[in-house]
Design a binder for this molecule. Structure first.
Ligand code: 5GP
Length: 188
């Protein structure tokens, strides 16, 4: 394995062509989402479900912005081939530990692009008979949406660009950038 020289990931660098959303903007928006969710779900003790790994930092920050009692669980998915993905096939590599029958579930995603992944997971969860099931995504990329999915809580709309940072990766790198940036095509 080759070890690459360190770059300061707190600053724009050669791999990132543009910072789209700063760490400060992300933090402020998440605070607002936390207030909304706390108000909508007061007394309901929702189960907040995140999809690993991209949701890592969003989940951590959102949960701390929520001021009511919640429970937390995670799922993890992995794509099959690009062809299978186009057909909406997603492999569940980690399932929930919590039964959701009769529970109020808030499903938390990092980014919704085509909507295929989310659609697969929502269909799966719906069969388990939750009392309610709503979607909260930090980023929404509407340009390539193939399936119309109701999103109750949304952080930001993103342009049709491949972004990294704040949990989002390219080949497992750049998740630890504190901002959302556009990856330089040369780094793709
Ligand atoms: P969808 O099934 O909605 O097309 O894709 C959702 C998944 O694709 C996200 O959970 C994320 O893993 C990935 N994805 C979509 N757009 C981007 C992007 O701009 N950057 C990164 N890093 N991942 C993305």
């Amino acid at each position: 394995m080759t070890v690459e020289p360190n770059v300061n990931l707190n600053e724009p660098n050669a791999d990132i062509s543009e910072i789209l959303i700063s760490a400060d903007e992300i933090e402020k928006r998440i605070q607002t989402l936390g207030v909304q969710i706390s108000s909508d779900y007061a007394e309901l003790q929702p189960l907040v479900v995140g999809v690993l790994k991209g949701v890592l930092f969003f989940m951590a920050d959102l949960l701390r912005a929520i001021t009511i009692n919640v429970e937390v669980d995670f799922m993890a998915v992995s794509s099959y081939s690009p062809e299978a993905r186009d057909q909406g096939l997603v492999r569940l590599v980690k399932d929930l530990e919590t039964p959701i029958s009769g529970r109020h579930v808030i499903f938390v995603e990092d980014v919704v692009d085509t909507g295929l992944t989310l659609n697969y997971l929502l269909r799966n969860l719906t069969t388990r008979d939750p009392a309610s099931l709503e979607v909260c995504t930090l980023f929404n990329k509407p340009k390539h949406r193939l399936i119309d999915i109701p999103i109750k809580y949304k952080g930001f709309d993103l342009p049709d660009q491949f972004v990294v940072g704040y949990g989002l990766d390219h080949r497992e790198r750049y998740r630890n950038l504190p901002f959302i940036g556009v990856l330089n095509p040369q780094a793709l």
